[in-house]
Design a binder for this molecule. Structure first.
Ligand SMILES: NC(=O)c1ccc[n+]([C@@H]2O[C@H](COP(=O)([O-])OP(=O)(O)OC[C@H]3O[C@@H](n4cnc5c(N)ncnc54)[C@H](O)[C@@H]3O)[C@@H](O)[C@H]2O)c1
Ligand SMILES: [Zn+2]
Length: 359
């Protein structure tokens, strides 16, 4: 799949042997022959050797740097420790060196941030290993780290030169993480592609069984959707905001639950249902869309209800969201299956009603 960004266009390759071919893929890019793989501890132990041997077989001089897995480690302190190790490598890295991000969204954002800032910018490629990173983080060029004041507050846009997705890596991913990525797939279908909604419905069983062909097709179709949205609006001034469908209330639910209590995708799944409810009450869509969404999420193993949501806390968090501009909460609401629009006039009672309806 091609991500069209003018001079910064790149390909996303989806296949069953992408890691085996990594060395071949990036040999041309790494003119100086020097490659640094950045990964987290879990993924490094599962796939680090595989990536290194593929790069070395391609004639490249490859090193692996890893940091402890998990969102709490996506910090400037971790980036700083990676810089220390990066600049201590022998032979030293230079502007021709290439960074490879190996892992989920956390190593992706971290390696991308290191690549964006080391020596004022190194070329980089991504080898995502979670479904979330495959269909979401691999397209768009957002890189960064968290700050105590909030997630992803420090970072840069830095487009990779290529993305190589090896669907075999999804075999070791746990069910909870797989489902988190599936929620983003449903989101893409809801905002752009009603035929994908039907396709996911039909393949829900095969997808949950992780049948390689179904996963590869799912990923390719989702990357296409995300790529087309990003190509239309790289810096998020307009239609890219559609990707926030389900995220306004979803982020509130995620933050209120606290780190690790609920996955991002599960929170987004609930947020999408709440957004459908709001749209329904405004007469934009009828109840059948929410019912269809809920049955699809359910078939994929995602919860469609959650007890004990605190509407006050969620509403407060929503208003402090980085994406809320001038105190206004901007909503992405469905207008038909596979279509959404932006709304700036959703009032607090409608949001509370939709949250209460999730319980
Ligand atoms: N840059 C972007 O556009 C973008 C988009 C979406 C999300 N993100 C970021 O991505 C992060 C979430 O991504 P994530 O859910 O992939 O998190 P993650 O990278 O922390 O991965 C989740 C867990 O799965 C493990 N793991 C990864 N691949 C595995 C595999 N193949 N087998 C077994 N275990 C594996 C990881 O070690 C980790 O413990 C967040 O920090 C978010 O901000 C960025
Ligand atoms: Zn998301």
């Amino acid at each position: 799949v091609k991500v069209e960004l003018g001079e910064r266009s790149y390909d996303v390759v989806v296949g069953e042997d992408a890691l085996d071919r990594l060395g071949d893929h990036i040999r041309q890019l790494a003119a100086g022959g020097r490659v640094v793989v950045i990964s987290d501890s879990t993924v490094a132990s599962l796939y680090g050797e595989h990536a290194l041997s593929s790069l070395r077989a391609g004639g490249l001089d490859a090193s692996l740097l890893s940091f402890p897995a998990g969102e709490p480690n996506k910090t400037l302190a971790t980036a700083s420790s990676l810089f220390d190790r990066l600049f201590a490598l022998h032979p030293p890295i230079d502007r021709d060196s290439v960074v490879v991000a190996l892992g989920g969204g956390v190593p992706g954002d971290m390696a991308g941030f290191v690549a964006a800032t080391a020596l004022r910018g190194l070329r980089w490629v991504q080898c995502p290993t979670t479904l979330l990173a495959d269909v979401d983080a691999s397209v768009g060029g957002k890189t960064g780290v968290d700050h105590a004041a909030g997630k992803n507050l420090i970072g840069a846009f830095h487009q990779p030169r290529g993305v190589f997705i090896d669907v075999r890596t999804l075999r070791t991913l746990d069910d909870v993480q797989l489902r988190s990525g599936l929620a983003e797939c449903v989101k893409h279908a809801m905002i752009r592609d009603k035929s994908l909604l039907a396709w996911i419905d039909e393949r829900a069983g095969k997808i949950s069984e992780r049948e390689a062909e179904s996963l590869a097709e799912l990923i390719a179709r989702n990357v296409e959707i995300k790529a087309s949205v990003v190509a239309a609006d790289e810096r998020e001034s307009g239609v890219r905001a559609h990707l926030n469908f389900g995220h306004t209330i979803g982020h509130g639910i995620e933050a209120q639950a606290g780190y690790g209590a609920i996955t991002h995708g599960q929170a987004v799944a609930l947020g999408m249902i709440a957004a459908c409810r709001i749209a329904e009450r405004r007469g934009l869509v009828d109840v059948s869309l929410r019912e269809r969404l809920a049955s699809l999420l359910d078939a994929l193993g995602l919860d469609t209800r959650r007890e004990g949501l605190d509407a006050d806390a969620i509403w407060r968090i929503m208003q402090h969201d980085k994406k809320a501009r001038a105190g206004k909460v901007r909503f992405v609401l469905p207008t038909a299956p596979g279509e959404v629009d932006l709304f700036d006039d959703v009032e607090e009672p409608a949001v509370r009603e939709a949250i209460a309806n999730l319980g």
